[in-house]
Design a protein around this ligand. Structure first.
Ligand code: NAG
Ligand code: NAG
Ligand code: NAG
Ligand code: NAG
Length: 367
């Protein structure tokens, strides 16, 4: 009787689902060994019965992540800590010239930073569009799309490469192609290497949070991510080495966020996965704020404001430097300056370069 219930409860729904989505496969469950799922091709003469008893072979990402999760948690004590600047883009880095000036401010280049770039390998990209960074594209890049977990995968790939590439990488900064620096390299370096905490915006009870939690179906996130565990925040964060390791090692929470959404309009997994994971695993190790300024004054299809070339000037830079982040749901006495800002259009590079040396990368003009 028990076996019959098992067959009814387990086999029937499975058989219906599998037959519907993959009509060439017939599913049966071995009654004597109910834990094994037997998949049998309808062309019996060619394909032997296949019993799935072990997980499928790892794809490249899983190997990469697994390797990266084994790196040392602390940078070597004798060498200087480095910043890992990780750009997530599709085809180019139109603002590369200002980043080049920024990085050129450090004389001992390779001693203090590394650059990593994730692109869409299916799109055409010319080395010239990356300036001096074209050789920094990571090899395992894959396409990444909005409203899907692929943007999270891309960030995890960047973290894994940066962890494996240099044991001195201490802070891991995720940037978009529309981001600029707001201070000199020196200022940025000192601010970040002096911190023992990650900077990641973590917000509770934001408007619409429940629909975002339930975007993959009402029960999909349970039991690993309960509604009360769910957090929202900017996808642009700065992680310590310990947290970079934590992210690439995470299988459990990722398995929940790595599911397709049933609703697109509430599906922004990259704004949910990182704040939720960090909040669940190490809330004390985080400053609940992003250091990348963004202007939400005019939201267009959930995209923030892009500064027009005519808006780019000394006044704007001063305004962005004097702004202070939102710290989670309040509390605390920190007043960190923003280190980066978005969104700047490719056409903005010319007015940006006009004020780069004198203002943007000049600490004497600090407000
Ligand atoms: C099924 O088997 C027949 C006979 O061996 C073969 O000709 C045919 O290509 C096979 N079909 C599939 C889908 O494998
Ligand atoms: C940055 O430094 C490199 C190497 O010294 C040099 O080739 C390049 O022209 C510099 N770029 C800028 C924008 O000053
Ligand atoms: C950056 O800091 C180093 C060491 O503190 C100093 O030697 C260098 O002159 C500074 N560079 C700039 C451009 O301020
Ligand atoms: C930096 O700003 C100060 C104050 O405005 C100015 O005197 C100095 O010339 C600027 N430095 C550069 C390199 O432009």
């Amino acid at each position: 009787m028990l076996a019959l219930y098992f067959i009814l409860l387990v086999c029937v729904p499975l058989a219906i689902v599998m037959t519907f989505t993959a009509p060439r496969l017939a599913i049966t469950v071995a009654v004597t060994q109910p834990a094994f799922l037997v998949i049998q091709n309808s062309n019996k003469t060619l394909t032997p019965r296949q019993v799935i008893t072990s997980p499928p072979p790892l794809d490249h990402d899983e190997l990469l992540l697994r390797q990266a999760s084994k790196v040392g948690p602390n940078p070597p004590p004798k060498s200087p800590k480095k910043l890992a600047f990780m750009f997530l883009t599709t085809t180019s880095l139109p603002l590369a010239p200002i980043w080049e000036l920024f990085f050129n401010q450090t004389s001992d280049h390779k001693l203090l930073y590394n650059v990593y770039i994730h692109v869409d390998p299916t799109q055409k990209h010319e080395p010239g569009l990356f300036g001096m960074f074209h050789n920094r594209i990571i090899p395992s890049s894959k396409p990444a799309y909005r409203h899907t977990p692929t943007l999270i995968s891309a960030a995890r790939r960047l973290l894994a490469h940066a962890l494996l590439d240099d044991p001195s990488n201490y802070m891991f900064i995720l940037l978009s192609p529309s981001c600029i620096p707001l201070h000199s390299f020196n200022f940025t370096y000192k601010s970040l290497v002096s911190s023992t905490k990650s900077f990641v915006e973590i917000l509770k009870d934001e408007p619409g949070w429940y629909d975002r939690w339930a975007a993959r179906g009402r029960y999909t996130m349970l039991p690993e991510v309960r509604p009360e565990d769910f957090r929202i925040g900017s996808q642009f964060w700065t992680f310590t080495r310990a947290h970079a390791r934590m992210v690439v090692s995470d299988v459990k929470i990722w398995s929940k966020f790595n599911k397709p959404c049933v609703r697109k309009d509430t599906c922004y997994p990259e704004e949910h996965y990182f704040p939720t994971l960090l909040h669940m695993r190490d809330p004390q190790g985080c400053v609940y704020a992003t250091l990348t300024h963004v202007d939400w004054r005019s939201v267009n299809d959930c995209h923030p404001w892009t500064y027009k070339p005519l808006e780019v000037g000394v006044g704007l830079i001063q305004k962005l430097r004097s702004a202070r982040p939102r710290y989670g749901n309040g509390g605390g006495t920190r007043k960190d300056p923003f280190l980066f800002a978005r969104k700047f259009s490719p056409a903005g590079i010319s007015p940006l370069m006009n004020i780069a040396r004198n203002v943007i990368l000049n600490d004497s003009t600090l407000v």
